[in-house]
Ligand binder design. Structure first.
Ligand SMILES: [Zn+2]
Length: 81
């Protein structure tokens, strides 16, 4: 490693943080602070949910087909003998 010294994303302190337990952060405190920042941003961004239910549409179309199909009435055939 040419330069193991990196900056803590939270407090900008330089050091060999990657070798530590808390990744690029110098301490657990800084890691939690950064995590909280991310969660806060996620809460702020509201993605409108688009519920797609193709199953319902297909079901409705199928039942309509069966209803207007006009099934042949076996009683109209009459006695063939
Ligand atoms: Zn830090």
């Amino acid at each position: 490693m040419a330069n193991p010294r990196i900056k803590c994303p939270t407090c900008r302190k330089t050091g060999d943080w990657f070798a530590g337990t808390y990744g690029p952060f110098c301490s657990q405190r800084c890691q939690l602070i950064d995590l909280g920042k991310w969660l806060e941003e996620e809460h702020r961004v509201s993605v409108p949910a688009t519920p797609e239910m193709p199953g319902t549409a297909v079901e409705a179309a199928t039942s309509e087909h069966l209803g207007s199909g006009g099934a042949p009435d076996p009683g109209n055939l009459g006695p063939l003998s």
